[in-house]
Design a protein. Structure first.
Ligand SMILES: Cc1cc2nc3c(=O)[nH]c(=O)nc-3n(C[C@H](O)[C@H](O)[C@H](O)COP(=O)(O)OP(=O)(O)OC[C@H]3O[C@@H](n4cnc5c(N)ncnc54)[C@H](O)[C@@H]3O)c2cc1C
Lengths: 975, 420
């Protein structure tokens, strides 16, 4: 016997054996009541033994490792496992919520659409109660201690499912020198075969395959569910590994060919009170009984419409302590091999009968059976009561076509056994075995052999004829589908569950139809059938059958609802993988980053970058630090790490023409060695980016973009090049991270440059503003540009990244005597605002043209075209009363406006007419007062006008001014 | 003709319980299309149904039909994450959405159908200085437009939504948020069904499973449509077909400036109440709320490519979930239950088109992109006005199709407004 394991359920200790699922371990202990339903709080037990389980849903563990809504049928017990039932109060056994069941007639489907509307204000209160009552388990409240991984796998063939068809397919493929991956959702291979006594071939196959695992390009992954089938044969699987640290792995698989061998799911039958604990799918009951003997199960009844359930009867028959009371079969008779065998064994069979009701509140204790009329519409004759403590139900089998359907394959409805089976593939895939509607073992083997043989031919390989396997043939007689089992009660008083977890009954579906919700999607949404955590794996087909019966529309005309991913629920953490915390949108840092950190800088997020925001000394606050940095820059030297600006290398025969098209100004005549500022527009004529571009050679430029837009500008430019202007020979390369950029600003900047590079002539005649030179500093090749964003004399040194930090430090060593001061983005903002320079994304918001910015000088009138040109001359863009860039000065010089404040000409009660807003606002230490930039309607004409910024507590008076506050004639630049 | 529908209430529910709910009437009839209508609405989404409802209710036009190729509410109306708010930046948008929000506030009673409009607040979170600037700008604009909106600092954010991660050490720390308390969510299907019931009661024909295949135009005037169920005449046709509006416009040679792109969403398994508001973050691209059923409802940004398949790339879903886990680390062990996609119709300026065309009697209402559910009642209201009077309501004047040639755009994404 296996190892004994103890576990706790609802605070009570039990023991089971290694290999038990929580469900089988509970059954072993005679525990059948495991949960309460969503709406009526009806007592529920496990009805299946797999991922289709709607009832046995528990809260696993507590604290940081808790997990809500875990299927007890899928989780293997381990020592100390602690599970709690959900959705009941005060306890599973005595649940006050079950009063809902008594009043259930007042809560038909959609009752909430018809009520809770009066008085209107009370909805909030009603809703509070509804929300408290809804939900199943509880969300964790603590951080997840586990880690999740993502693995990628590429293979020739992916086999999904390790049942007999998948195993056999894998075997046939394994020796063909192809890369093959087989994935099984359970911890062991074998699928349904694990339940058979007679057929042992799978054991041989499993042994062979396990031996080959991880050799010769062959791999098996167990305990993994393929949950998504996306385009281009991209499939995702989630593996549960329960290692101490890593909990799950998402496998991202690309396969040339996919072999779906996902099996089938047994169906339930829809009869009155079909939901009591102790009522189970026949094949699941058989699985449990073969695996563990349930305590207190003495008498069983089987209710079926097909032959497969007879195997359950036979298996139980051989169990000494269990008495098979009867098989209730809705069919007239059966000539199937299994039915015959059962008959021979002396098992009592009631043909043409049905279970029309069941008894037993928390556990079934008897069934009521009755004969059916000719058309199976009515229960006739005297009903009989049979006592039992287990009712095994089979309504036939549903091929698991979820993945096939997700792949966009088209389904076909097979009338004979009421199944949807794969018809036309959309992707490179085949289905074999039960998921293809082939149920009989020998037929499965034959189908697999022939389909795999065809598949191998596609890969230019031959099948090994010696590997052919057969099985003894079993004859199954036809199934008879009976979507609604008759009852002798009024239909309105029955409780025939279709969706167990959501408490949807056959009469709810009837109500939906009566009320005009006719499309399958309307019915699903109105009744919520198929929307529980099992996503209708058991119930959906019955819902369809019932709709068809009640509406008279044949099933294939109703169509199924869409199968959506995931096949079974997937943990959020697994999907996030390692891309959280420090790996969430990984930070980008400059080569000098550590220096800023060591210096105590505060940082700002700009796009993905961490930029130094300001560098407080001792107890300085932001304002003091920034004031100091700004003043130092205007009086001595300020140094800025500008490495984050986007840099795009533009090369090729048509580089100049390309720039002519993407910027508003002209580029052809720019001399080599010169720099020019450019504005880039969207096709709507609105400013989207700006920056300086330098001409390195006849056909070679380097463009700078704003920090935040670098990637989007790059992809936009590629978009234009590749889709609109294929005739241009231009090549773009992002070189942002190849260079560190050090911006040296201030009156003493040339002095520092001289010290850095004593042999170079930095005089303005030799090195004028808006030009660049290649300069060696300590033998390192640097590109130095004379451009300025502060209004001061400025040299921007671009140095290969690996030298960035060394050069930065060297600047400090040499610049000490000029009070060299590092300044961050905040001081940079103040400095440029003092000069009235814009920041794209701050002064602009996608609704601002160059003319609005009073920058018409940069818009070429002569150029044939550039992006946004046409849009610039539309009736609205040429309006004169558009919002325009202006300066703003508060009446009180110490008042600093809040950025984003709105501006009005007249204070009125709200709604107030707004004329613009404050785009930037700072204290300017050089002016000794606050300054601001704003976009104001007709602002350029209105300079001098007093307007207001109405704040929640006061209105601030301001004056519209020129946006250039310092050095309008640019004297400092070229001093 | 049809009877006036019986009123829904707790009493009617109890009464019907005693007859096993066998006496409920259909919410709407399923009539055969007539030969001729005074007006035809193409598209039985929320916007089409509200248009029909207000045409009948406000303008007395009852000989009208809604033509739907599938089932009503089956487009984006039944696929969206139902966030409702009116805190838009620009005056034009704010006025339109606020008008809609006011209609939401009385909708259940107006329709006698509980649409479960739940005003649990919508919080837009700021993670960078840039976000703060943009959201404050919007807050001030909303304030002055008399739209309820508050600014919350980080501490207040935490108080309002206790499970949010406000650690200053996370990748994008929470730096504040705007809050519109009147915002919230609603039950999307109920909106379609409630308006359909209301319209049907006034005589509107709701015709499902009927696809419009062409528009008939004579001398610059529409005269009818061809459908998979025959031809129908009408001199007024309103097209409200979301992403497929461009397909229909093409039938008469009109090119709409719309891009149709996948937008994805998902729900978790249901759990007991854990988050009591709607949290949206633009910077980390995620938004989340909890439905009455207990499911976390999570939405993503659009896929980067135009497409008519109602599903997008898995990477988008992954990124969204990652963002949610980052902001709410406690959700790491929750599970995704169901995922789906819709096709959203996006205008270059992220604002809708509610407009006349150069063809007489042909009107378009589309381009709602990722955020039109909240506008549903307001959109129908003004579009009904436009159709009935052959001239726009003052609220939809700015949303004319001509703005793309005049340049008078209402650029809501440029303004860093969070979509949805
Ligand atoms: C995933 C997702 C999340 C979203 N989240 C939000 C949100 O949180 N908040 C928000 O406000 N908005 C959101 N939206 C957007 C919102 O859903 C839409 O803007 C809105 O529902 C559009 O409504 P509609 O009536 O215009 O379009 P739809 O509901 O799409 O209706 C159009 C109808 O036209 C029909 N049709 C098309 N062609 C034809 C034809 N030839 N003949 C007849 N009928 C035709 C279609 O079948 C469809 O039923 C989201 C959208 C998606 C996809």
């Amino acid at each position: 016997m296996n190892k004994k394991i103890s576990f706790t359920f609802d605070g009570k200790k039990y023991s089971g054996f290694e290999g038990d699922t929580l469900a089988s371990a509970l059954i072993r202990n005679g525990v059948f009541l495991v949960g309460r339903s969503f709406k009526y709080h009806r007592p529920r037990g496990m009805i299946s033994a797999g991922s289709e389980e709607p009832n046995a849903i528990i809260q696993l563990e507590s604290g940081e490792i808790t997990e809500p809504n875990v299927r007890a049928t899928e989780i293997k017990i381990y020592e100390g496992l602690n599970a709690t039932s959900q959705n009941n109060w005060p306890s599973l056994n005595f649940d006050l919520g079950s009063v809902n069941d008594l009043f259930s007639r007042f809560f038909p489907s959609g009752f909430y659409y018809k009520t809770f509307m009066w008085p209107p204000k009370y909805w909030e209160k009603y809703e509070y109660l509804i929300r408290q009552a809804a939900g199943l388990g509880r969300s964790p409240t603590k951080d997840d201690p586990h880690q999740y991984e993502h693995f990628h796998y590429h293979c020739d063939i992916l086999v999904v499912g390790g049942g007999i068809s998948g195993l056999y397919a894998a075997k046939l493929l394994a020796k063909a020198n192809l890369k093959v991956l087989i994935i099984e959702q359970h911890p062991e291979l074998g699928g349904q075969c694990l339940n058979t006594d007679s057929f042992k071939t799978h054991e041989v196959l499993i042994k062979e395959l396990e031996e080959q695992n991880n050799k010769d390009n062959f791999k098996i992954i167990k305990n993994s569910t393929v949950f998504a089938y996306m385009h281009s044969n991209y499939l995702l699987a989630c593996q549960k590994i329960n290692n101490a640290k890593i909990r799950q792995i998402i496998w991202k698989i690309r396969a040339t060919k996919v072999v779906l061998a996902t099996g089938s799911i047994e169906r339930f039958l829809t009869f009155d009170n079909n939901d009591r604990p102790g009522i189970m799918l026949a094949n699941s009951a058989r699985k449990y009984q073969n695996h563990c003997s349930a305590k207190d199960i003495k008498k069983i009844v089987i209710f079926t419409n097909n032959d497969t359930a007879y195997q359950t009867a036979i298996d139980f028959f051989y169990k000494q302590e269990v008495e098979v009371q009867a098989v209730i079969d809705v069919r007239k008779n059966s000539n199937g091999d299994l039915a015959k065998k059962a008959e021979k064994l002396g098992i009592k069979i009631f043909f043409n009968h049905a279970v029309i009701d069941t008894k037993g509140r928390k556990k079934i204790n008897s069934v009521i059976i009755s004969e059916l009329d000719e058309s199976l519409d009515k229960a006739i004759g005297r009903s009989k009561k049979l006592s039992c403590d287990l009712l095994c139900v089979s309504g036939g089998w549903t091929p698991t076509v979820h993945l096939f359907s997700q792949s966009k394959g088209i389904l076909f409805y097979r009338e004979s056994d009421a199944t949807f089976i794969p018809d036309k593939s959309f992707q490179n895939e085949i289905s074999i075995g039960a998921c293809n509607g082939t149920f009989e073992l020998d037929e499965i083997l034959k189908e697999t052999y022939s389909k795999i043989s065809g598949l191998l031919t596609e890969f230019g390989k031959k099948i090994d004829v010696k590997s052919r396997i057969n099985s003894e043939k079993i004859f199954y007689d036809k199934l008879k589908h009976l979507w609604i089992v008759p009852s002798n009660k009024h239909f309105g008083r029955t409780k025939m569950f279709v969706d167990f977890q959501n408490d949807v009954t056959a009469k709810d579906i009837k109500l939906a139809l009566r009320e005009g919700y006719r499309s399958i999607e309307h019915i699903k949404r109105y009744t919520t059938t198929g929307m529980a955590t099992d996503q209708g794996k058991i119930g959906n087909i019955n819902a369809l059958g019932i709709i068809s019966d009640l509406s008279g529309v044949p099933i294939h005309k109703l169509g199924t609802t869409t199968f959506r991913l995931p096949y079974t629920p997937v943990t959020f953490g697994a999907m996030a993988g390692r891309h959280i915390k420090e790996f969430f949108d990984v930070e980008r840092t400059t080569p000098m980053h550590q220096w800023h950190v060591d210096c105590g800088a505060k940082f700002e997020d700009v796009g993905q970058w961490k930029r130094a925001w300001y560098y407080p000394i001792e107890n300085e606050g932001i304002l003091q630090a920034v004031n100091r940095e700004v003043k130092a820059t205007r009086e001595g030297i300020g140094i800025l790490d500008a490495s984050t600006l986007g840099k795009i290398d533009v090369k090729g025969r048509d580089a100049s023409e390309f720039l002519n098209r993407v910027y508003t100004n002209a580029w052809s005549k720019l001399d080599i060695g010169k720099c020019r500022y450019g504005l880039m527009l969207g096709d709507d004529g609105m400013v989207i980016d700006d920056g300086v571009t330098s001409r390195l050679g006849e056909n070679h430029y380097v463009m700078t973009t704003t920090t935040g837009n670098a990637a989007s500008v790059m992809s936009k430019l590629e978009d234009w090049l590749q889709t609109e202007w294929p005739e241009l020979k231009v090549y773009l390369t992002s070189v942002t991270e190849q260079f560190a950029t050090i911006s040296i600003n201030g009156p003493y900047a040339p002095k520092l440059m001289n010290k850095l590079c004593p042999n170079h002539d930095f005089s303005k005649d030799n090195f004028p503003h808006m030009s660049f030179q290649n300069i060696g500093i300590d033998d390192v090749h640097c590109r130095v540009m004379r451009i300025s964003f502060t209004g001061e004399m400025c040299y921007e040194i671009n140095v290969p990244s690996s030298y960035g930090k060394a050069l930065w430090e060297k600047c400090f060593d040499l610049g000490n005597e000029y009070n060299i001061t590092p300044y961050g983005t905040e001081a940079m903002h103040v400095l440029r605002a003092e000069k009235g320079f814009i920041i794209v994304g701050q002064e602009t918001d996608g609704s601002v043209t160059p003319i609005d910015l009073d920058m018409s000088w940069i818009v070429s009138k002569k150029k044939y075209d550039f992006i946004g040109k046409r849009a610039l001359y539309r009736s609205d863009t040429i309006r004169e009363d558009r919002k325009q860039l202006v300066g703003i000065l508060t009446k009180d010089p110490n008042e600093i406006l809040e950025e984003g404040s709105q501006l009005v000409e007249k204070i009125t009660p709200v709604p107030m007419e707004m004329v613009g807003h404050v785009t930037s606002s700072y204290y300017s230490p050089n002016l000794g007062r606050s300054i601001a930039l704003a976009l104001v309607k007709e602002g350029i004409k209105k300079k001098g006008l007093k307007i207001y910024a109405p704040m929640p507590n006061k209105a601030i008076e301001v004056e519209i001014t020129n946006p250039v506050f310092i050095d309008p004639s640019n004297e400092r630049l070229s001093a | 003709m049809h009877k006036k529908p019986k009123k829904y209430s707790i009493f009617s529910l109890i009464k019907n319980a005693f007859s096993y709910h066998e006496n409920w009437q259909p919410v709407w009839r399923s009539p055969e299309p007539k030969n001729n209508y005074d007006a035809i609405i193409i598209g039985g989404g929320g916007h089409g149904l509200t248009t029909a409802y207000y045409l009948a209710k406000n303008h007395g036009l009852t000989n009208i039909a809604v033509i739907e190729k599938g089932w009503i509410g089956g487009g984006n109306t039944g696929r969206n994450t139902t966030i409702i708010r009116s805190n838009y930046l620009w005056d034009q948008s704010a006025a339109l959405y606020e008008h809609a929000l006011k209609l939401w506030e009385g909708m259940s009673q107006e329709l006698n159908y509980n649409v479960m409009f739940s005003q649990r607040g919508v919080m837009n979170v700021a993670h960078t200085l840039h976000d703060v600037r943009e959201l404050k700008r919007r807050w001030h604009a909303n304030r002055l437009n008399d739209i309820d909106c508050e600014w919350l600092n980080t501490k207040e954010v935490k108080e309002f939504c206790p499970i949010i991660n406000i650690s200053p050490n996370i990748r994008y720390p929470v730096m504040g948020a705007t809050l519109q308390r009147r915002g919230g969510t609603a039950r999307h299907d109920a909106v379609a069904w409630g308006y359909a019931r209301g319209a049907d009661a006034m005589g509107v024909d709701i015709i499902q499973n009927c696809e419009v295949t062409s528009l008939n135009v004579n001398n610059g005037q529409v005269i009818g449509i061809e459908t998979t169920r025959g031809s129908i005449k009408s001199k007024k046709i309103g097209v409200v077909a979301a992403g497929h509006s461009s397909v229909i416009a093409n039938m008469v040679g009109i090119r709409l400036p719309l891009e149709s792109r996948p937008l994805q969403a998902l729900v978790s398994e249901p759990v007991k109440p854990v988050i009591d508001t709607v949290v949206m973050s633009n910077t980390i691209h995620a938004y989340v709320s909890q439905s009455d059923k207990g499911e976390l409802v999570i939405g993503a940004g659009t896929d980067g490519y135009t497409s008519y398949t109602q599903r997008g790339g898995f990477n988008i879903v992954e990124d969204t979930i990652t963002a949610v886990v980052e902001l709410f680390p406690l959700f790491s062990r929750m599970k995704m239950l169901r995922h789906w996609g819709g096709i959203v119709d996006i205008c270059p300026d992220a604002s809708p088109i509610i407009s006349k065309t150069h063809i007489n009697g042909l009107y378009f209402n589309c381009g709602w992109g990722t955020g039109g559910f909240k506008a549903t009642p307001g959109s129908g209201w003004v579009f009904a006005h436009t159709i009935a009077n052959d001239e726009p309501h003052k609220l939809n004047v700015p949303f004319t199709i001509n703005r793309f040639s005049s340049g008078e755009l209402v650029d809501e994404h440029g303004a860093a407004a969070v979509a949805h």
